[in-house]
Design a protein. Structure first.
Length: 240
C-alpha cells in the first residue's frame, strides 16, 4: 500500500547472536533474546523483564526518516512504540517520510478531498454547528486565534454597511469619522468647548479671590498692634 511505502531503504535484519549485548538508543545496554516475526524481522532486546525491539542500526534510521505508518507496518509494532522511539531520538511530529506520505495521499484521493470540502460547505451542516455553539462563550485561546486571523484584514462592503447602520442607530461617531463632521458642527463643538473653558477660568479666578480675602480677614491686625477680636472683612472689601 501507498501509506506503507519505505522511501529511504533498504532495511535488512542485522547479524546477531542470542545472548549478545548491544546498545539500544533508548534503553541503553540490552541482551538479545529473540527475533520478531514482522515483515522485517528484528532482534528483541531484554532489560531485566521488559522485552522490545532493539532500537539500533536500520531501525533507528527508519524511525528518524520514514513515516510512522510505514515503521509500524514493516516492523510489526504499535503507534505507542514508534512514539517512544521518536521521543528518544528527537524526531519531530512530522518528519520527512510523513510529509511525503501526506503529499502522495493528497494527490491520489482528489475525489475524497473534494467531497470533504463540499460536505464542510453544506448549509445544513453549518446551521447545526452554529445552533450548537450559539450563546456559549468561546475559550480565550479561540478568541486570540480569531483576533490574529482577522488582524489587518479589510472588511467587506456589506459588513461595513451593517456596522455603519448600527453606529448611526446608536448615535455614535467612530474615531476616524470625527474628522468628516460638517464644518458647522465642528464650529459649534469648538464654541461649546471654548465657552466651557472660559466659564471654568472665571470660576477658578473667583474662587482664588475669595480664598485671598478669607485669609486677610484672619490676619488683619488692629491699630494697637494686636489682632482684632472681630473680623475686618468689610474693611478689607472696601479697601479692595
Amino acid at each position: 500500500m501507498l501509506r506503507h511505502r519505505l522511501h529511504f531503504g533498504p532495511y535488512a535484519t542485522p547479524r546477531f547472536r542470542i545472548g549478545q549485548h548491544v546498545e539500544d538508543l533508548r534503553r541503553g545496554t540490552v541482551r538479545i533474546v529473540g527475533l520478531s516475526d514482522g515483515p522485517i524481522q528484528w532482534p528483541i532486546g531484554q532489560t531485566q523483564r521488559a522485552k522490545s525491539l532493539v532500537l539500533y542500526q536500520g531501525l533507528a534510521r527508519a524511525v528518524q526518516r520514514e513515516a510512522a505508518a510505514a515503521v509500524m507496518h514493516w516492523w510489526g509494532v504499535k503507534a505507542s512504540a514508534v512514539n517512544k522511539w521518536r521521543q528518544a531520538l528527537g524526531v519531530p511530529r512530522w518528519n520527512e517520510g510523513d510529509l511525503r506520505l501526506k503529499a502522495e495521499n493528497g494527490k491520489v484521493n482528489l475525489a475524497a478531498i473534494e467531497g470533504m470540502h463540499l460536505k464542510a460547505r453544506d448549509p445544513g451542516r453549518r446551521a447545526k454547528i452554529a445552533a450548537a455553539k450559539r450563546g456559549k462563550p468561546r475559550p480565550p485561546e479561540v478568541i486570540e486565534a480569531l483576533r490574529r486571523a482577522n488582524l489587518g484584514k479589510k472588511l467587506s462592503a456589506a459588513t461595513r454597511a451593517k456596522m455603519s447602520a448600527a453606529h448611526k442607530a446608536r448615535g455614535t461617531w467612530p474615531p476616524r469619522q470625527r474628522s468628516e463632521l460638517p464644518r458647522r458642527e465642528i464650529g459649534q463643538w469648538r464654541t461649546r468647548e471654548f465657552q466651557n473653558f472660559a466659564a471654568a477660568a472665571v470660576l477658578r479666578q473667583a474662587f482664588s479671590n475669595a480664598s485671598i480675602k478669607a485669609s486677610r480677614c484672619d490676619l488683619e491686625p488692629s491699630a494697637s498692634g494686636t489682632s482684632r477680636s472681630e473680623p475686618v472683612c468689610g474693611d478689607v472689601m472696601m479697601k479692595s
